[in-house]
Ligand binder design. Structure first.
Ligand SMILES: Cc1ncc(COP(=O)(O)O)c(C=O)c1O
Length: 1028
């Protein structure tokens, strides 16, 4: 202990000698280090795993640790024995370098964790502190009715919410089809020819439009024009993004002649413009002229729009939009205090290679059958690293699926009816205000939103307070004498009566005589058919939709089938109690901009969550705003840039060091933050090359902004040089960003703060049990040391924790990002408590090492010395090196696809090293499942050997995966040419006969799909043509 302490003091002295005077917090580190250590012994594990195992007491029995952590104490003993250890503590002290293994005792309460029923009781109590009030606030968030069949069978179904991003298309056809429906819905409603499979939210989608426009003209024109009539939070997000890449935002009233002439006067420097249709004030303007002006200068014209309005009004394509974007939240996704919900982004085909996010495309499989896949996969933004123009990785797949199913269920007529009804209610109210009050309506045209200038002597506060106190309705205050409201699908006669009373004083508004609703003026109406595809015109009864949902989910592999050992993705248990929180009305029915006294439950939740995350990461403050890991990276880097700005060094400190092993979103986020990336080499053992780091840090010392390090590294190693690396960067004036994607190896054992980093993000959709949703939602709190705290993001409408006048602007639309997923991770932490959390990481590391140990006789393990003379242990993941099999013609993809025949999702392929598979079992998998996976890989090794020997069995790898159709319908004559039996193809191991998730298509043809890009569902004519 004394030794460690003096080392810390030494590093403190060094730090204070550096340029980073105000940064260091080494004294705090000392205190932390001296605190009592966490108990991670095997003996204690038995107690923590199941406190009632030896003695049933008065305590509740529904404890959580044994439900979350797979291996029992007996399993742990056996696994340790196979590795040559007697106790978990001995193992950990060998697996993790001593000077990193802090084991600082966590302060999380309750220390022993809530039981499941206690957790639910607590959650309902917290949710009860949020007041559910009818909110017609609008501003991008509208009330909606989530059809119960979708709620129960999609949102609450683990087959949908626990699946991974569909990188393995043969076992993902269900959600790929649903995402293709989403894309088709968006293209149909916006009138543009292609759409992606969701983005994070409307503000960030607008930011993407700005950056696409800027990069489209290769950065030669640096003004981006935004209309005054955009939602304020959208403006903020664009502004914060633009500042970092040197784009100047100019706001103009583009629906006025004055605005048009101002646009013309600056046109030569304009790379694009964004308008909102309908505008934030509710008005509907035809922006054709703006489109033409922007195009005349080669700029891109973007339109933020509303899907429900578009079921009736002219699509943006009709006035020349190149990009249409917005949120699909009002298609069935509850408010959730701001998220999650899916943003959409559509363009013309011309920009197919520039569109951010993922695109689902139609291709064919090995047998020529139509099949879906992520199109242009190699184009994915984060694979372009620092050349990327976007850092989108995790998006909002689950929510996109909900919105797509909402459209499938209602169909075009149902959606139009919802829209007509909303318009009707809005117009009835407008008429009452216009005829029976002295207020005036500011927008002369509307769909669902009215902006009301109040008559002299009436204040907005009075109106808002009257609506709230007497009618339990929230409205929006535009300024002291103007209010606005947005009606939605949930509006009822009683609300109309209340609103009429609020604005006219009439308490007896009678709707009895109203037999038909007002209709939109014909000049606003679209004349084309929407959603003509078969899928939107078929599943309108609950029976039909239920079966469609089940059909799709049965095509997909999720955690409900088998382990998903995706390295760097931490596919652990998403416990039902945790996920249930998404359906608690007190959490999901709150509009993000309600007065704070209506969101006291959220306040308590966010504050406590922050406290726990600070404790776990060893940091001082946290923002919950970023809604994906990459968004967290961007936020963290922006904070660092703002820190340098506060010291007058913003311009000069523009270099970010990034080890070559980093996840692609790291350099992409650095580029988005306006930083130049300087790669740092890694040594042959996978660790950071400290000599290269030292050289480059010194060389760029004057310009050094930061380093981004993933720890344990993306090679799955606790490299011992981490503290030196951090010190080198600090000594050269840079700050240290720690990518917390691998936090699952650290909780309670070590932490970014203890290691000396300045900031980290946490992918709560990994370590903290939020499900991956088939590609989102995610949420990435960013935790910082004190010196970065003043810069934590602010929000236009809501005072976010720690915001100051030095804060960076919002990084996404809502103050707490996807706030309604926070209870998931909150309950994960609270059910495990301070005692069990360190075992999560300990068992995750043990599980990985157990598998590694069994596999090392059959495969080479990258960076691990098979004779155990050098590096003996991995962290929580390890890399199977398959490159040696290339010589005999077997590739990593063959092994990945063959694993599907064994009922498993492939591990992460070719990241961070091409030709490898990275395996991360997590703590949630039990010994039987680990063994099943290992047995499968050992069996595949025999098939690889057979291939090497030229035996027929080896061909099983090249034809993998084998779909049911392949097994059943291939003629015997064709089959006989293969050299292996149908049984060997389908049931290579005995367990598969009783339980197997079948691939529904054979191996996808990637090249065909990219060369023949189709990103929407077939039309009715095409379907008819195919079946003729
Ligand atoms: C190491 C690492 N960093 C960052 C990210 C990006 O996170 P997200 O996908 O939530 O944007 C990932 C995602 O896989 C990752 O593995």
């Amino acid at each position: 202990m004394i030794h460690a302490r003096s080392a810390l003091l030494r590093s403190a002295t060094k730090l204070s000698g550096s340029r980073l005077l105000s940064v260091s917090t080494p004294i705090k580190l000392n205190i932390r280090h001296l605190a009592t250590k966490a108990d991670t012994s095997s003996l204690n594990y038995a107690k923590v795993f199941n406190p009632n195992s030896t003695n049933v007491s008065l305590n509740n029995l529904d404890t959580f640790a044994r439900r979350h952590i797979g291996p029992t104490p007996e399993n742990v003993e056996k696994m340790l024995e196979s590795l040559g250890y007697k106790d978990l503590n001995d193992f950990l002290s060998q697996a993790i370098p001593q000077h990193i293994l802090f084991k600082r005792k966590l302060k999380i309460q309750p220390q022993q964790g809530y039981t499941e029923s206690e957790m639910l009781e607590h959650l309902y109590e917290v949710a009860g502190k949020n007041k559910i009030i009818k909110s017609f606030i609008g501003k991008g968030y509208a009330g909606t009715k989530l059809p119960p069949v979708i709620q129960r069978n999609l949102l609450e179904s683990p087959e949908w919410y626990t699946s991974y991003t569909p990188y393995q298309p043969e076992i993902s056809q269900g959600r790929l089809e649903s995402l293709l429906n989403y894309q088709t819905m968006i293209t149909s409603l916006t009138g543009l020819s292609m759409a992606n499979a969701s983005l994070l939210d409307e503000g960030t989608a607008a930011g993407e439009a700005m950056s696409l426009s800027y990069h489209n003209l290769k950065g030669k024109k640096s003004i981006y024009v935004i209309d005054t009539n955009l939602h304020p939070q959208t403006k903020d997000v664009i502004q914060s993004r633009a500042e970092n890449i040197g784009v100047k935002i100019i706001e103009l009233p583009l629906s006025t002649t004055e605005g048009v002439s101002q646009l013309k006067s600056i046109l030569s420097d304009v790379c694009g413009a964004l308008v909102q249709y309908p505008g934030t004030d509710g008005s509907i303007h035809n922006f054709q002229e703006i489109g033409e002006i922007v195009h005349s200068n080669k700029g891109l014209f973007a339109v933020a729009t509303d899907l429900l309005a578009l079921t009736l009004i002219k699509p943006p394509s009709e006035f020349g939009a190149d990009i249409a974007l917005g949120t699909s939240q009002r298609f069935g996704v509850p408010f959730g205090y701001g998220g999650p919900h899916a943003a959409f982004f559509s363009t013309s085909m011309k920009y197919s290679r520039k569109i951010p996010g993922r695109i689902v495309g139609v291709s064919k499989d090995r047998l020529g059958k139509p099949a879906l896949r992520l199109a242009l996969q190699t184009r994915e933004q984060h694979i372009k690293r620092e050349k990327a123009t976007s850092n989108i990785c995790t998006a909002q797949a689950l929510l996109a699926n909900i919105s797509a199913m909402y459209a499938v269920y209602h169909g075009p007529e149902g959606l139009k009816n919802i829209a007509k009804r909303v318009y009707g209610f809005t117009s009835l109210l407008a008429k009452e205000i216009q005829t029976n009050s002295n207020h005036s309506i500011v927008n002369d045209k509307w769909f669902d939103t009215l902006t009301i200038k109040l008559s002299d002597g009436v204040s907005a506060d009075e109106v808002l307070s009257n609506a709230l106190k007497n009618h339990e309705i929230n409205l929006f205050k535009v300024n002291d004498s103007t209010v606005s409201l947005q009606l939605d699908e949930t509006v009822e006669i009683k609300h109309l009566q209340s609103l009429v009373e609020v604005f006219t004083g009439n308490k007896t508004y009678d709707t009895q005589a109203i037999t038909s609703l007002p209709q939109l003026p014909s000049e606003l109406l679209r004349t084309d058919q929407i959603l003509p595809n078969e899928v939107f015109n078929t599943h309108h009864s609950e029976t039909a939709l239920l079966r469609y949902l089940h059909l799709l989910q049965s095509k997909d592999l999720s955690l409900a089938n088998s382990m998903i050992a995706l390295g760097s993705c931490t596919m652990k248990l998403n416990a039902t109690v945790e996920m249930q929180t998404l359906s608690i009305p007190g959490f999901n029915s709150i509009h993000p901009f309600v007065p704070l006294d209506q969101a006291q439950g959220y306040k308590q939740l966010v504050d406590e969550f922050e406290k726990d995350l600070n404790d776990i990461t060893g940091f001082d403050a946290t923002t919950s705003m970023p809604n994906s890991g990459a968004q967290g990276e961007y936020t963290g880097l922006s904070l660092i840039r703002q820190y340098h700005k506060s010291r007058g060094e913003h311009e000069i400190r523009n270099i970010c060091l990034i080890p070559v092993s980093a996840h692609g979103t790291n350099p992409a986020s650095a580029a988005m933050s306006g930083l130049k990336v300087v790669p740092i080499k890694c040594k042959t053992d996978g660790s950071i090359d400290l000599i290269d780091l030292q050289e480059k840090a010194e060389k760029h010392a004057t310009n050094l902004c930061s380093i981004m390090i993933t720890y344990p590294s993306t090679y799955g190693l606790f490299e011992p040089g981490i503290k030196q690396a951090i010190e080198i960067v600090h000594n050269n004036g840079g700050l240290v960003y720690l990518d917390g994607a691998n936090m699952n190896a650290q909780v309670g054992l070590t932490s970014p703060g203890d290691l000396g980093a300045d900031v980290c993000h946490l992918n709560i959709h990994k370590t903290f049990a939020l499900s991956h949703g088939g590609g989102g939602p995610g949420q990435a709190p960013v935790c910082v040391k004190d010196h970065l705290k003043p810069f934590l993001p602010s929000h236009h409408f809501i005072k976010t924790p720690h915001s100051t006048n030095e804060s960076i602007k919002s990084v996404n639309s809502a103050p707490y990002g996807s706030a309604s997923v926070i209870p998931v991770s909150y309950s994960y932490i609270k059910m495990l408590g301070a005692d069990a959390l360190p075992y999560v990481s300990s068992i995750a590391i043990l599980n990985a090492n157990y598998m590694l140990n069994r596999l090392k006789e059959h495969y080479s393990i990258l960076f691990i010395d098979p004779k155990a003379e050098g590096k003996k242990h991995c962290a929580h993941e390890f890399i199977l090196d398959l490159r040696e099999f290339k010589a005999i013609g077997v590739e990593a993809i063959d092994v990945a696809k063959r694993l599907q025949d064994y009922g498993f999702h492939a591990p992460t392929m070719s990241f961070p090293v091409a030709g490898t598979l990275m395996i991360e079992p997590t703590e949630s998998e039990n010994l039987q499942e680990l063994d099943r996976f290992v047995d499968s890989l050992i069996s595949i090794k025999k098939e690889i050997d057979a291939y090497g020997r030229g035996e027929g069995l080896g061909n099983v790898l090249k034809n993998a995966p084998h779909s049911l159709e392949d097994i059943i319908s291939t003629s015997q004559q064709d089959w006989d040419t293969r050299g292996y039996t149908r049984e060997q193809a389908a049931y290579p191991l005995g367990f598969l006969k009783s339980s197997k998730c079948w691939p529904t298509v054979a191996r996808l043809d990637d090249t065909y799909g990219d060369m023949n890009l189709i990103c929407t569902c077939p039309s009715v004519e095409e379907v008819a043509g195919e079946s003729a």
